[in-house]
Design a protein around this ligand. Structure first.
Ligand SMILES: [Zn+2]
Length: 96
């Protein structure tokens, strides 16, 4: 009996694909991202607004992820307080 290949779901388009890579696009780290999204990474960002606003100023800064180990990344909040306010609720910001 052959085992069906495990399908991974692309973190970006949420489609099941079998060729996945890890990549950083904008300032988001995708553990699994398909080749389609990698080659066309400007068309379907769920957080497109966020990325567009940031693109202008962001290339010089080091990449900081909003989340770290499943929790709010303190470095992100400190580096981007305005963005953090948009992304997280006051309650969340108080708790970290
Ligand atoms: Zn994809």
């Amino acid at each position: 009996m052959t085992k069906a290949p495990a399908l991974n779901f692309c973190n970006k388009c949420s489609q099941p694909k079998d060729n996945m890579e890890s990549a950083v696009i904008g300032d988001v780290y995708y553990e699994n991202i398909c080749a389609d999204c990698l080659s066309d990474n400007h068309s379907i960002p769920l957080d497109g607004q966020f990325n567009r606003e940031r693109e202008r100023e962001d290339y010089k800064k080091e990449l900081i992820q909003p989340y770290k180990e499943g929790a709010i990344n303190k470095d992100f909040v400190e580096a981007y307080p305005e963005e953090a306010k948009k992304m997280f609720s006051e309650q969340q910001l108080k708790e970290f």
